[in-house]
Design a binder for this molecule. Structure first.
Ligand SMILES: CC(C)(COP(=O)(O)OP(=O)(O)OC[C@H]1O[C@@H](n2cnc3c(N)ncnc32)[C@H](O)[C@@H]1OP(=O)(O)O)[C@@H](O)C(=O)NCCC(=O)NCCS
Length: 176
């Protein structure tokens, strides 16, 4: 089996109405509870809602392979606040900086659209995501017991995290 090339470039674009199938497949690959095309269409149609899709270019932008869609993020801006509704990366393409790129683009876009803070919820046992968010400048500001219900019926709590976008985007490498 070929190992992943270490030389890979991530590009991020806005998801449009033709991406609902792709977004739904990506979401299903990342979460037990899949969101349907109509769930996703509803979220993208909310005032201030937008989606992003990440592509991975093997060998840099001029390499032969550009994988079509390896990750996604869904966000919403309401006045001066924003929320990360969901983020996920295909299991085979993790640990390559795709989520970090999606987070950076999401945060910068929300800032440009007038938000100065971003909130999110993350399961208490999702240590990978918590580490990612911490690295991007998020801090825990609350907790919600039994917030999620897993496919087996078990309930798991969530942490609410908050990020000051003005401060965080000032120290992040600008999104291309
Ligand atoms: C969480 C998730 C989005 C990370 O995607 P990714 O593309 O692999 O993340 P990146 O490669 O950009 O990693 C960025 C940082 O996140 C943290 N991180 C990512 N995966 C991690 C893991 N398995 N364990 C610990 N830290 C991890 C690290 O700090 C990492 O930085 P490093 O590579 O310098 O160590 C991905 O694992 C995923 O899709 N999980 C399932 C869906 C999910 O849980 N979404 C979040 C719901 S709140």
């Amino acid at each position: 089996m070929l190992a992943h090339s270490r030389i890979a470039t991530v590009s991020v674009r806005t998801a449009g109405p033709f991406d609902l199938g792709r977004l739904s497949r990506l979401h299903r690959s990342c979460f037990e509870e899949a969101w349907s095309r109509s769930d996703l269409a509803h979220l993208l149609a909310l005032p201030g809602g937008f989606g992003l899709i990440a592509r991975l270019h093997e060998g840099g932008f001029y390499g032969l392979d550009a994988l079509r869609g390896v990750g996604f993020a869904l966000c919403r801006v309401v006045r001066d606040e924003s929320e990360l509704l969901s983020i996920g990366v295909l299991p085979a393409q993790r640990h390559r900086g795709v989520a970090r790129a999606l987070m950076r683009h999401s945060m910068e876009r929300c800032l440009r659209q007038g938000a100065n803070v971003m909130f999110l919820e993350v399961a208490v046992d999702n240590l990978a995501a918590q580490r990612l968010y911490g690295e991007m400048g998020f801090e825990q500001v609350g907790s919600r017991p039994d917030y999620y219900q897993r496919a087996d019926g078990a309930r798991v709590g969530a942490l609410t995290m908050r990020c000051d976008l003005v401060q965080a985007c000032g120290v992040l490498t600008p999104a291309g």
